[in-house]
Design a protein around this ligand. Structure first.
Ligand code: M6R
Length: 608
């Protein structure tokens, strides 16, 4: 949520910062701004996309400044506007700050600072930071930033400029990620690695309470107590081109089509043909420790929550382990029952979602075994959990999550196989499941061939303002995920329901204007689903059916049929969701919606 980038080197910084913001735009796009360092700080801001900021910066002609900071915003305090866009300055104009996170004691700090003569111009909480730094400043930049941060409660990832130090950036972190990239003759800082990869592979992830002081040739780390500290240098392992759009019109479409490869990467090296099981070494649990797990609790939000709900079916069905799925925001407030044999699985693509992070901390504090399923390497959740399974989906830029979901479900299926084999699942059944998992990339490739059919159906239904998705078994959470995709990017009302639940209320909403997308795959429960489809037709709803292969079960009801390749019930959520992702994509495109940057959303939600 919100993106930060800062650059200090020996070449003009403005375009480097703009390019960095474009790579971070998926984190927020309400407004953007840039400050270039020098004896006088130069600040330019614009509402809307980074391209608006770029145009405003270009109006200034060539700007030679070689140090600067920039920000793309997802509004929390104050509407999207130029005055609320970052960077924020102190009232003397000496300091500029970009900030991610929320300052919880900002009202109290602001009141004090106003009494001390500081003037505020924005509605944001962030503006207290430069003014607080100015209040503590007596010529020592580091000292002033450290003193100010010690007064702040809440969360922050910041980068700060001071006009007295024209080639220095100070960055700091508490609860909102900051990564420092170590370049040749330049150093760069950002809220995630995406803008760094073009300049360096060597990065340092700051820990909470760290300060980094960057100049073109040097990076020094200190704590906010202003004591020296050392952190490990890690290396970025993905290709810069992976975070570009390639020849695709949108990141979302690119990421949907990447799924055969991303799933292949998730599986690679993790299936054991000898044991007919999976090897997930990041868990760091011996067979004996695995056998002691008596319960699983999964926590996540949005798409990751839906992946967890699919996983619940896997763990109970394949491994016979009682499993619960918890909306991560509820986890710590419900005071969950956790014992040392409970395995808690937080699921998060970004590894930064505030609610999921809070669940991780609560579970660890209660002594659970916590293993995180994250995509972003080095993310806060992955690091705090200490053990887990990386998805290896590659960078997911589209705000609407697609490939992360299928990789999450694939990991959950491998984990269920491993836990099942560790218990009652025999070698033959283990082998059958293992071979199905191995075939997944091929099955997803087959499903993607349906894109032209799905495109036509989506265009036909693009008039609809309401949609129902219905499913049963592990296609129930798949229906929830399909509906979430549609509402996120097409802004229409779409609801996922268990097919049996429809008649307990929501059926009242059905009529000829409300189509139903029914997941009628040939898996257990299909006959009941056919009955549910009849109920919808009787209320005059049009029905789109997802069916298995050349199954004719839905032919009598509808001509709008999406065919996914035959598979067991465990694989069906994966093939089916790919069809639903394509449907949402083409539907939104037909309505002319902004697909990669849907209104009001941000890629990683770092506020509770
Ligand atoms: O990064 P996370 O997986 O923790 O994110 C959780 C949700 O914010 C996320 O899945 C959101 O629902 C997506 N926009 C869905 O497409």
């Amino acid at each position: 949520m919100c993106g930060i980038v800062g650059f200090t080197g020996n070449r003009p910084a403005a375009q480097i910062l703009i390019d960095g913001l474009k790579r971070l735009e998926y984190r927020g796009y309400d407004s953007a701004g840039i400050t270039l360092a020098g004896k006088e700080l130069i600040t330019v801001k614009a509402v809307g996309k980074v391209r608006n900021l770029e145009a405003a910066v270009n109006e200034h002609g060539t700007l030679p400044n070689t140090t600067g900071i920039a920000h793309t915003r997802w509004a929390t305090h104050g509407a999207p506007s130029v005055k609320n866009a970052h960077p924020h300055m102190d009232s003397s104009g000496r300091f500029a700050v970009v900030h991610n996170g929320i300052i919880e004691n900002y009202a109290e700090l602001k009141q004090k600072l106003e009494q001390q003569g500081h003037k505020f111009v924005s509605d944001t909480d962030s503006e207290v930071i430069p003014n607080l730094i100015a209040e503590f400043y007596q010529g020592d930049f580091v000292q002033a930033v450290a003193s100010a941060l010690r007064r702040i409660s809440g969360t922050y990832g910041i980068a700060v400029l001071c006009s007295d130090y024209p080639d220095t950036i100070i960055a700091a972190r508490h609860g909102s990620p900051i990564v420092v990239g170590l370049g040749d003759d330049c150093n760069i800082v950002a809220s995630d690695v995406t803008p760094l990869a073009a300049y360096t592979r060597k990065v340092i992830y700051l820990d909470d309470g760290d300060l980094a002081i960057l100049s073109p040739k040097n990076v020094e780390l200190r704590t906010i107590e202003n004591l020296p500290v050392e952190r490990e240098v890690s290396s970025i392992d993905w290709d810069v081109s992976a975070s570009g759009k390639g020849s695709y019109e949108h990141f979302m479409l690119k990421e949907i089509f990447e799924q055969p490869d991303s799933i292949a990467n998730t599986i690679r090296g993790r299936l054991d043909h000898h044991l007919k099981s999976a090897i997930l070494s990041g868990l760091g649990l011996s067979p004996h420790e695995l056998a002691k797990i008596s319960r699983i609790v999964i926590a996540g939000c949005g798409t990751s929550l839906h992946a967890g709900m699919v996983g619940e079916y896997f763990f109970e069905d394949i491994a016979s382990i009682p499993t619960e799925v918890e909306q991560a925001a509820e986890f710590r407030y419900r005071n969950p029952i956790i014992d040392p044999d409970t395995l808690v699985l937080p699921i998060s693509q970004s590894g930064e979602t505030a609610d999921t992070l809070a669940a991780v901390r609560e579970a660890m504090n209660k002594g659970a075994i916590v293993a995180a399923l994250c995509n972003v390497v080095g993310s806060t959740i992955a690091r705090e959990a200490g053990r887990g399974i990386y998805l290896h989906a590659g960078p997911e830029i589209s705000v609407a999550s697609t490939k992360a979901f299928t990789c999450q479900v694939t990991v959950l299926l491998m984990l269920a196989l491993m836990l099942g084999r560790n218990r009652r699942l025999n070698r033959d059944d283990g082998e059958r499941l293992m071979l199905e998992i191995e075939k997944l990339p091929e099955l997803i490739r087959e499903t993607l061939k349906q894109a032209p059919v799905i495109e036509k159906i989506a265009e036909k239904y693009a008039y609809a303002e309401d949609f129902f998705y219905i499913g049963r078994g592990c296609l129930y959470p798949t229906a929830l995920e399909g509906a979430l995709k549609l509402k996120e990017i097409s802004y229409i009302h779409a609801e996922g329901y268990h097919a049996a639940e429809l008649k307990h209320g929501p059926i009242a909403l059905l009529d000829e204007k409300v189509p139903v997308l029914a997941l009628a795959n040939a898996i257990p429960g299909q006959e009941k689903m056919i009955g549910n489809i009849q109920e919808c037709l009787a209320r005059k709803s049009s029905v789109i059916a997802v069916v298995t292969g050349d199954d004719t079960a839905a032919d009598q009801f509808t001509g709008d049929i999406i065919r996914v390749p035959p598979s067991s019930r465990f694989i069906a959520p994966l093939t089916t969701v790919v069809a639903l992702q394509l449907f949402a994509y083409y539907f939104a495109r037909a309505r002319g919606c902004e697909i990669d940057h849907p209104r009001n959303l941000a890629k990683s939600v770092t506020v509770e």
